[in-house]
Write a protein that binds this ligand. Structure first.
Ligand code: ZN
Length: 69
């Protein structure tokens, strides 16, 4: 029995299998639609200062810099 999920964009049942490459979306189109809606929503609710969250430095780059004396 194949588990199915509802496509977040159109609600169409999507088989949860490796063959469903766009899962949980039914197609690339639905995936892009949802992504676009998400980005639009993010843009709408973004406030000054939120951009920093997207540029959080990775631990690799947090090593202390040599001090110039
Ligand atoms: Zn869909």
């Amino acid at each position: 029995m194949v588990k199915t999920v509802a496509c977040p964009t159109c609600g169409k049942p999507v088989p949860w299998t490796p063959e469903s490459r766009w899962r949980p979306f039914c197609s690339e189109r639905c995936r892009l639609i949802d992504l676009g809606a998400w980005l639009t929503e993010q843009h709408r609710i973004s406030t000054p200062g939120n951009e920093v969250l997207d540029q959080e430095p990775s631990p690799i780059h947090t090593e202390p810099r040599p001090k110039v004396s």
